[in-house]
Design a protein around this ligand. Structure first.
Ligand code: UDP
Length: 405
Protein backbone atom coordinates (compact mmCIF):
# COMPACT_ATOMS: atom_id res chain seq x y z
CA UNK A 1 0.00 0.00 0.00
CA UNK A 2 1.22 3.50 -0.80
CA UNK A 3 2.24 5.52 2.28
CA UNK A 4 2.61 9.26 2.82
CA UNK A 5 6.39 8.93 2.95
CA UNK A 6 6.39 7.65 -0.64
CA UNK A 7 5.34 11.11 -1.88
CA UNK A 8 8.52 12.71 -0.54
CA UNK A 9 10.45 11.52 -3.59
CA UNK A 10 8.02 13.42 -5.83
CA UNK A 11 7.32 16.69 -4.00
CA UNK A 12 10.23 16.92 -1.59
CA UNK A 13 10.51 16.77 2.24
CA UNK A 14 9.47 20.36 2.96
CA UNK A 15 6.05 19.97 1.32
CA UNK A 16 5.44 16.76 3.26
CA UNK A 17 6.57 18.38 6.53
CA UNK A 18 4.15 21.28 5.94
CA UNK A 19 1.27 18.88 5.29
CA UNK A 20 2.02 16.92 8.46
CA UNK A 21 2.25 20.13 10.45
CA UNK A 22 -1.15 21.31 9.21
CA UNK A 23 -2.71 17.91 9.91
CA UNK A 24 -1.31 17.80 13.43
CA UNK A 25 -3.58 20.66 14.46
CA UNK A 26 -6.60 18.65 13.29
CA UNK A 27 -5.56 15.27 14.71
CA UNK A 28 -8.46 13.15 15.88
CA UNK A 29 -11.14 15.26 14.21
CA UNK A 30 -13.96 13.24 12.70
CA UNK A 31 -14.83 14.17 9.12
CA UNK A 32 -17.09 12.36 6.67
CA UNK A 33 -17.49 12.68 2.93
CA UNK A 34 -20.70 11.56 1.24
CA UNK A 35 -20.89 10.91 -2.49
CA UNK A 36 -22.97 8.91 -4.93
CA UNK A 37 -20.57 6.22 -6.14
CA UNK A 38 -17.33 4.58 -5.11
CA UNK A 39 -16.24 3.86 -8.68
CA UNK A 40 -16.35 5.68 -12.01
CA UNK A 41 -15.74 9.38 -12.49
CA UNK A 42 -13.37 11.90 -10.98
CA UNK A 43 -14.91 12.16 -7.49
CA UNK A 44 -14.47 8.46 -6.73
CA UNK A 45 -11.01 8.61 -8.27
CA UNK A 46 -9.92 11.36 -5.90
CA UNK A 47 -11.55 9.99 -2.74
CA UNK A 48 -10.03 6.56 -3.28
CA UNK A 49 -6.59 8.04 -2.52
CA UNK A 50 -7.52 11.08 -0.45
CA UNK A 51 -9.33 9.20 2.34
CA UNK A 52 -6.37 6.88 2.98
CA UNK A 53 -3.92 9.76 3.13
CA UNK A 54 -6.13 11.83 5.46
CA UNK A 55 -6.37 8.85 7.84
CA UNK A 56 -2.63 8.35 7.76
CA UNK A 57 -2.35 12.02 8.69
CA UNK A 58 -4.31 11.29 11.88
CA UNK A 59 -7.69 12.61 10.76
CA UNK A 60 -10.62 10.30 11.32
CA UNK A 61 -11.91 10.61 7.75
CA UNK A 62 -14.78 8.42 6.51
CA UNK A 63 -16.52 8.07 3.15
CA UNK A 64 -20.13 7.01 2.66
CA UNK A 65 -22.14 6.32 -0.46
CA UNK A 66 -25.83 7.16 -0.77
CA UNK A 67 -28.23 4.31 -1.47
CA UNK A 68 -29.66 5.54 -4.76
CA UNK A 69 -32.33 3.69 -6.77
CA UNK A 70 -32.25 3.54 -10.61
CA UNK A 71 -35.06 6.08 -10.63
CA UNK A 72 -33.08 8.37 -8.33
CA UNK A 73 -29.95 8.22 -10.51
CA UNK A 74 -31.96 8.93 -13.65
CA UNK A 75 -33.27 12.06 -11.97
CA UNK A 76 -29.85 13.13 -10.64
CA UNK A 77 -28.39 12.66 -14.15
CA UNK A 78 -31.15 14.93 -15.48
CA UNK A 79 -30.19 17.47 -12.80
CA UNK A 80 -26.49 17.09 -13.73
CA UNK A 81 -27.22 17.65 -17.42
CA UNK A 82 -29.49 20.61 -16.57
CA UNK A 83 -26.74 22.23 -14.48
CA UNK A 84 -24.39 21.91 -17.44
CA UNK A 85 -26.85 23.67 -19.74
CA UNK A 86 -29.20 20.99 -21.13
CA UNK A 87 -32.80 22.19 -21.24
CA UNK A 88 -34.46 20.58 -18.29
CA UNK A 89 -37.61 21.21 -16.26
CA UNK A 90 -37.84 19.19 -13.08
CA UNK A 91 -41.29 17.83 -12.27
CA UNK A 92 -42.73 17.64 -8.76
CA UNK A 93 -42.60 13.84 -8.94
CA UNK A 94 -38.89 13.94 -9.77
CA UNK A 95 -38.21 16.27 -6.86
CA UNK A 96 -40.18 14.02 -4.52
CA UNK A 97 -38.33 10.85 -5.58
CA UNK A 98 -34.99 12.64 -5.16
CA UNK A 99 -35.89 13.88 -1.67
CA UNK A 100 -37.43 10.59 -0.54
CA UNK A 101 -34.24 8.61 -1.33
CA UNK A 102 -32.20 11.10 0.67
CA UNK A 103 -34.69 11.11 3.55
CA UNK A 104 -34.43 7.30 3.80
CA UNK A 105 -30.65 7.42 3.57
CA UNK A 106 -30.48 9.90 6.45
CA UNK A 107 -32.05 7.23 8.66
CA UNK A 108 -29.42 4.64 7.69
CA UNK A 109 -26.60 7.08 8.01
CA UNK A 110 -26.08 8.66 11.41
CA UNK A 111 -23.70 11.60 11.54
CA UNK A 112 -21.67 12.30 14.66
CA UNK A 113 -18.84 14.05 12.89
CA UNK A 114 -17.11 17.36 13.42
CA UNK A 115 -17.55 18.25 9.75
CA UNK A 116 -19.55 16.91 6.80
CA UNK A 117 -18.54 17.17 3.13
CA UNK A 118 -21.18 16.51 0.50
CA UNK A 119 -19.97 15.81 -3.03
CA UNK A 120 -22.01 17.00 -6.00
CA UNK A 121 -25.78 17.42 -6.38
CA UNK A 122 -26.83 13.81 -5.74
CA UNK A 123 -26.59 13.96 -1.89
CA UNK A 124 -26.96 17.77 -1.66
CA UNK A 125 -30.42 17.89 -0.06
CA UNK A 126 -29.37 15.52 2.74
CA UNK A 127 -28.76 18.64 4.81
CA UNK A 128 -32.52 18.99 5.18
CA UNK A 129 -32.87 15.67 6.97
CA UNK A 130 -30.46 16.20 9.86
CA UNK A 131 -30.36 18.38 12.89
CA UNK A 132 -27.29 20.25 11.78
CA UNK A 133 -24.68 20.14 14.57
CA UNK A 134 -21.50 20.76 12.62
CA UNK A 135 -20.23 22.69 9.58
CA UNK A 136 -21.37 21.29 6.22
CA UNK A 137 -19.41 21.89 3.02
CA UNK A 138 -20.81 21.29 -0.45
CA UNK A 139 -18.07 20.26 -2.87
CA UNK A 140 -19.50 20.70 -6.36
CA UNK A 141 -17.43 19.26 -9.23
CA UNK A 142 -19.87 20.26 -11.97
CA UNK A 143 -19.53 23.20 -14.36
CA UNK A 144 -21.96 25.71 -12.79
CA UNK A 145 -21.12 28.61 -15.09
CA UNK A 146 -24.49 28.64 -16.84
CA UNK A 147 -26.93 26.30 -15.11
CA UNK A 148 -30.53 25.80 -16.21
CA UNK A 149 -33.01 27.77 -14.08
CA UNK A 150 -35.22 24.87 -13.01
CA UNK A 151 -32.49 22.58 -11.60
CA UNK A 152 -30.48 25.43 -10.13
CA UNK A 153 -33.46 27.07 -8.37
CA UNK A 154 -34.31 23.69 -6.88
CA UNK A 155 -30.74 23.05 -5.66
CA UNK A 156 -29.94 26.61 -4.55
CA UNK A 157 -32.49 26.35 -1.73
CA UNK A 158 -30.34 23.59 -0.20
CA UNK A 159 -26.96 25.13 -1.04
CA UNK A 160 -27.96 28.17 1.06
CA UNK A 161 -28.06 25.97 4.16
CA UNK A 162 -24.38 25.05 3.85
CA UNK A 163 -21.50 26.79 5.59
CA UNK A 164 -19.34 26.76 2.47
CA UNK A 165 -19.34 25.69 -1.14
CA UNK A 166 -16.20 24.52 -2.95
CA UNK A 167 -15.98 24.66 -6.75
CA UNK A 168 -13.25 23.97 -9.33
CA UNK A 169 -13.15 27.35 -11.06
CA UNK A 170 -13.83 31.05 -10.49
CA UNK A 171 -16.60 30.96 -13.12
CA UNK A 172 -18.57 28.41 -11.11
CA UNK A 173 -19.07 30.67 -8.10
CA UNK A 174 -22.69 31.73 -7.49
CA UNK A 175 -24.38 34.82 -6.20
CA UNK A 176 -25.34 33.27 -2.84
CA UNK A 177 -24.71 34.20 0.78
CA UNK A 178 -22.50 31.13 1.27
CA UNK A 179 -18.72 31.14 1.65
CA UNK A 180 -17.23 30.02 -1.67
CA UNK A 181 -13.77 28.61 -2.33
CA UNK A 182 -11.94 27.27 -5.30
CA UNK A 183 -10.04 24.02 -4.97
CA UNK A 184 -8.70 22.40 -8.11
CA UNK A 185 -8.93 18.62 -8.23
CA UNK A 186 -5.74 16.60 -8.42
CA UNK A 187 -4.31 13.21 -9.33
CA UNK A 188 -2.47 10.65 -7.25
CA UNK A 189 0.93 10.12 -8.92
CA UNK A 190 1.40 6.79 -7.10
CA UNK A 191 -1.93 5.13 -7.84
CA UNK A 192 -2.12 2.22 -10.31
CA UNK A 193 -3.59 4.68 -12.77
CA UNK A 194 -0.63 7.04 -12.71
CA UNK A 195 2.39 5.15 -11.40
CA UNK A 196 5.37 4.45 -13.66
CA UNK A 197 4.99 1.47 -16.00
CA UNK A 198 7.74 -0.32 -17.87
CA UNK A 199 7.59 -0.60 -21.66
CA UNK A 200 6.94 -4.31 -21.21
CA UNK A 201 3.97 -3.72 -18.91
CA UNK A 202 2.48 -1.20 -21.31
CA UNK A 203 2.84 -3.70 -24.15
CA UNK A 204 1.18 -6.44 -22.12
CA UNK A 205 -1.81 -4.27 -21.20
CA UNK A 206 -2.24 -3.00 -24.78
CA UNK A 207 -2.15 -6.57 -26.04
CA UNK A 208 -4.91 -7.57 -23.59
CA UNK A 209 -6.96 -4.62 -24.83
CA UNK A 210 -6.42 -5.67 -28.44
CA UNK A 211 -4.60 -2.42 -29.28
CA UNK A 212 -1.72 -2.57 -31.75
CA UNK A 213 1.29 -0.87 -30.08
CA UNK A 214 3.05 -0.36 -33.42
CA UNK A 215 0.54 2.11 -34.87
CA UNK A 216 0.34 5.71 -33.54
CA UNK A 217 -2.44 6.02 -30.96
CA UNK A 218 -4.81 8.92 -30.43
CA UNK A 219 -6.85 8.32 -27.29
CA UNK A 220 -9.80 9.75 -25.44
CA UNK A 221 -10.31 8.27 -21.97
CA UNK A 222 -13.67 9.23 -20.47
CA UNK A 223 -16.96 8.08 -19.08
CA UNK A 224 -19.32 7.47 -22.00
CA UNK A 225 -21.26 10.70 -21.62
CA UNK A 226 -22.65 12.98 -24.34
CA UNK A 227 -20.90 16.03 -22.82
CA UNK A 228 -17.55 14.25 -23.31
CA UNK A 229 -18.43 14.03 -27.01
CA UNK A 230 -16.74 10.73 -27.93
CA UNK A 231 -18.50 10.86 -31.33
CA UNK A 232 -16.86 14.24 -31.98
CA UNK A 233 -13.51 12.66 -31.09
CA UNK A 234 -14.17 9.90 -33.65
CA UNK A 235 -15.00 12.46 -36.38
CA UNK A 236 -11.80 14.38 -35.65
CA UNK A 237 -9.84 11.14 -35.77
CA UNK A 238 -11.23 10.42 -39.25
CA UNK A 239 -10.02 13.83 -40.43
CA UNK A 240 -6.54 13.08 -39.09
CA UNK A 241 -6.47 9.59 -40.60
CA UNK A 242 -6.95 11.03 -44.08
CA UNK A 243 -3.38 12.33 -43.75
CA UNK A 244 -1.65 10.05 -41.23
CA UNK A 245 -1.88 6.33 -40.61
CA UNK A 246 -3.06 6.09 -37.00
CA UNK A 247 -5.70 4.58 -34.71
CA UNK A 248 -8.18 5.90 -32.15
CA UNK A 249 -8.77 4.33 -28.75
CA UNK A 250 -11.95 5.42 -26.97
CA UNK A 251 -11.54 3.97 -23.49
CA UNK A 252 -14.52 4.51 -21.26
CA UNK A 253 -16.36 3.26 -18.26
CA UNK A 254 -19.77 3.58 -16.74
CA UNK A 255 -20.51 4.70 -13.20
CA UNK A 256 -23.29 3.35 -10.99
CA UNK A 257 -24.68 6.88 -10.64
CA UNK A 258 -24.77 7.44 -14.43
CA UNK A 259 -27.46 5.42 -16.25
CA UNK A 260 -26.70 7.06 -19.64
CA UNK A 261 -23.27 5.45 -20.10
CA UNK A 262 -24.38 2.23 -21.76
CA UNK A 263 -26.72 4.06 -24.14
CA UNK A 264 -23.92 6.38 -25.29
CA UNK A 265 -21.57 3.40 -25.70
CA UNK A 266 -24.10 1.47 -27.80
CA UNK A 267 -24.65 4.50 -30.02
CA UNK A 268 -20.91 4.72 -30.63
CA UNK A 269 -20.62 1.02 -31.42
CA UNK A 270 -23.40 1.32 -33.96
CA UNK A 271 -21.81 4.28 -35.71
CA UNK A 272 -18.08 3.51 -35.44
CA UNK A 273 -17.85 -0.12 -34.33
CA UNK A 274 -17.03 -1.43 -37.82
CA UNK A 275 -14.14 0.99 -38.36
CA UNK A 276 -11.03 -1.18 -37.91
CA UNK A 277 -8.97 1.79 -36.70
CA UNK A 278 -11.38 2.78 -33.93
CA UNK A 279 -11.26 0.71 -30.77
CA UNK A 280 -14.19 1.34 -28.42
CA UNK A 281 -13.53 -0.21 -25.03
CA UNK A 282 -15.90 -0.21 -22.07
CA UNK A 283 -15.41 -1.28 -18.42
CA UNK A 284 -12.23 -3.17 -19.23
CA UNK A 285 -10.46 -5.68 -17.00
CA UNK A 286 -7.64 -4.03 -14.94
CA UNK A 287 -9.24 -0.63 -15.51
CA UNK A 288 -6.59 1.50 -13.80
CA UNK A 289 -3.64 -0.17 -15.53
CA UNK A 290 -5.50 0.08 -18.84
CA UNK A 291 -6.02 3.84 -18.40
CA UNK A 292 -2.37 4.20 -17.39
CA UNK A 293 -1.04 2.20 -20.35
CA UNK A 294 -3.27 3.88 -22.93
CA UNK A 295 -2.42 7.39 -21.70
CA UNK A 296 1.29 6.50 -21.81
CA UNK A 297 1.23 4.73 -25.15
CA UNK A 298 -0.79 7.44 -26.90
CA UNK A 299 1.08 9.98 -29.02
CA UNK A 300 -1.66 12.42 -28.18
CA UNK A 301 -4.68 12.39 -25.88
CA UNK A 302 -7.79 14.21 -26.94
CA UNK A 303 -10.54 15.59 -24.71
CA UNK A 304 -13.33 16.79 -26.95
CA UNK A 305 -15.83 17.68 -24.19
CA UNK A 306 -18.50 20.30 -24.79
CA UNK A 307 -18.81 20.80 -21.00
CA UNK A 308 -16.41 19.68 -18.31
CA UNK A 309 -16.23 20.37 -14.57
CA UNK A 310 -12.49 19.92 -14.39
CA UNK A 311 -11.46 16.88 -16.43
CA UNK A 312 -8.95 14.92 -14.35
CA UNK A 313 -8.14 12.85 -17.43
CA UNK A 314 -6.19 15.79 -18.85
CA UNK A 315 -3.92 15.97 -15.78
CA UNK A 316 -3.51 12.19 -15.89
CA UNK A 317 -2.28 12.23 -19.48
CA UNK A 318 -0.08 15.30 -19.04
CA UNK A 319 1.57 13.80 -15.97
CA UNK A 320 2.62 10.89 -18.16
CA UNK A 321 4.27 13.24 -20.63
CA UNK A 322 1.55 12.88 -23.25
CA UNK A 323 0.37 16.12 -24.87
CA UNK A 324 -3.37 16.83 -24.76
CA UNK A 325 -5.54 18.50 -27.38
CA UNK A 326 -8.69 19.67 -25.64
CA UNK A 327 -11.74 21.87 -25.87
CA UNK A 328 -11.46 25.20 -24.09
CA UNK A 329 -14.26 24.35 -21.67
CA UNK A 330 -14.47 23.95 -17.89
CA UNK A 331 -11.21 23.13 -16.18
CA UNK A 332 -9.45 21.86 -19.30
CA UNK A 333 -7.65 25.13 -20.20
CA UNK A 334 -6.21 25.30 -16.67
CA UNK A 335 -4.36 22.10 -17.46
CA UNK A 336 -3.90 22.25 -21.22
CA UNK A 337 -1.97 25.46 -21.80
CA UNK A 338 -2.15 26.29 -25.49
CA UNK A 339 1.14 25.61 -27.22
CA UNK A 340 2.80 24.73 -23.90
CA UNK A 341 1.29 21.47 -22.71
CA UNK A 342 -0.94 20.80 -25.72
CA UNK A 343 -3.46 22.72 -27.80
CA UNK A 344 -6.86 24.18 -26.96
CA UNK A 345 -9.74 24.70 -29.42
CA UNK A 346 -13.40 25.65 -29.19
CA UNK A 347 -15.44 22.41 -29.05
CA UNK A 348 -16.87 22.93 -32.55
CA UNK A 349 -13.50 23.58 -34.23
CA UNK A 350 -13.04 20.06 -35.62
CA UNK A 351 -10.52 21.19 -38.21
CA UNK A 352 -8.44 22.98 -35.58
CA UNK A 353 -8.41 19.83 -33.42
CA UNK A 354 -7.35 17.72 -36.40
CA UNK A 355 -4.56 20.14 -37.40
CA UNK A 356 -3.11 20.23 -33.87
CA UNK A 357 -3.19 16.44 -33.58
CA UNK A 358 -1.47 16.09 -36.97
CA UNK A 359 1.21 18.54 -35.92
CA UNK A 360 1.92 16.58 -32.74
CA UNK A 361 1.95 13.24 -34.55
CA UNK A 362 4.37 14.51 -37.21
CA UNK A 363 6.74 16.44 -34.99
CA UNK A 364 8.50 14.29 -32.38
CA UNK A 365 10.41 17.25 -30.93
CA UNK A 366 7.20 19.21 -30.38
CA UNK A 367 5.58 16.14 -28.85
CA UNK A 368 8.43 15.74 -26.38
CA UNK A 369 8.52 19.43 -25.50
CA UNK A 370 4.78 19.63 -24.84
CA UNK A 371 4.99 16.36 -22.91
CA UNK A 372 7.79 17.55 -20.63
CA UNK A 373 6.09 20.87 -19.96
CA UNK A 374 2.78 19.11 -19.33
CA UNK A 375 4.31 16.79 -16.77
CA UNK A 376 5.94 19.70 -14.95
CA UNK A 377 2.71 21.73 -15.00
CA UNK A 378 0.86 18.86 -13.31
CA UNK A 379 3.64 18.35 -10.74
CA UNK A 380 3.48 22.06 -9.91
CA UNK A 381 -0.31 22.36 -9.65
CA UNK A 382 -2.37 19.19 -9.80
CA UNK A 383 -0.95 16.55 -7.48
CA UNK A 384 -2.83 15.11 -4.52
CA UNK A 385 -0.32 16.57 -2.05
CA UNK A 386 -1.53 20.07 -3.00
CA UNK A 387 -5.12 18.88 -2.65
CA UNK A 388 -4.44 17.58 0.87
CA UNK A 389 -3.01 20.94 1.82
CA UNK A 390 -5.93 22.93 0.39
CA UNK A 391 -8.44 20.84 2.30
CA UNK A 392 -6.42 20.93 5.53
CA UNK A 393 -6.42 24.73 5.26
CA UNK A 394 -10.18 24.73 4.76
CA UNK A 395 -10.75 22.32 7.65
CA UNK A 396 -8.69 24.59 9.90
CA UNK A 397 -11.06 27.48 9.10
CA UNK A 398 -14.09 25.49 10.20
CA UNK A 399 -12.54 23.37 12.94
CA UNK A 400 -10.46 25.67 15.09
CA UNK A 401 -7.94 23.80 17.23
CA UNK A 402 -8.48 23.83 21.00
CA UNK A 403 -6.44 26.53 22.70
CA UNK A 404 -3.66 25.17 24.90
CA UNK A 405 -3.80 26.25 28.51
N1 UDP B 1 -11.75 6.62 -16.09
C1 UDP B 1 -11.49 5.28 -15.82
N2 UDP B 1 -11.74 4.35 -16.78
C2 UDP B 1 -12.25 4.68 -17.99
C3 UDP B 1 -12.52 6.04 -18.26
C4 UDP B 1 -12.25 7.00 -17.28
O1 UDP B 1 -11.01 4.94 -14.73
O2 UDP B 1 -12.46 3.77 -18.80
C5 UDP B 1 -11.39 7.60 -15.05
C6 UDP B 1 -10.36 8.60 -15.51
O3 UDP B 1 -9.09 7.98 -15.53
C7 UDP B 1 -10.52 9.71 -14.48
C8 UDP B 1 -12.01 9.65 -14.16
O4 UDP B 1 -12.49 8.39 -14.65
O5 UDP B 1 -9.78 9.40 -13.31
C9 UDP B 1 -12.77 10.75 -14.88
O6 UDP B 1 -12.61 11.95 -14.23
P1 UDP B 1 -12.87 13.33 -14.95
O7 UDP B 1 -12.68 14.40 -13.94
O8 UDP B 1 -12.05 13.43 -16.17
O9 UDP B 1 -14.39 13.28 -15.44
P2 UDP B 1 -15.78 12.90 -14.73
O10 UDP B 1 -16.07 11.48 -15.16
O11 UDP B 1 -15.63 13.05 -13.27
O12 UDP B 1 -16.76 13.84 -15.34
Amino acid sequence: MVKLNDYTAIVGPSVMARIRQKAKKLAGKKIVAISSTHQGGGVAEILNSFVFLMNELGINFGWRIIHGTPDFFEITKIIHNGLQGAEVKLTNRQKQVYLEVLRRFSVFNHLHHDLVIIHDPQPLALIDFYQKKQPWIWRCHVDLSDPGKSPWDFLAAYVKKYDAMVVSDERYKKNLAVGQKIIHPAIDPLSDKNKKLTALEIKRVLKNLGVNPAKPIIAQVSRFDLFKDPAGAAEIFRLVRKKINCQLVLLGNTASDDPEGVVVYEGLLKKYGRDKDIKILINVHENDLAVNAVQRAASVVMQKSTKEGFGLVAAEALYKGTPVVASGVGGLPLQVLNNQTGFVHPPDDFLGFARSIEEILKNKKLREKLGEQGRQHVIDHFLITRLLEDWLDLFAEYLPAKKRR
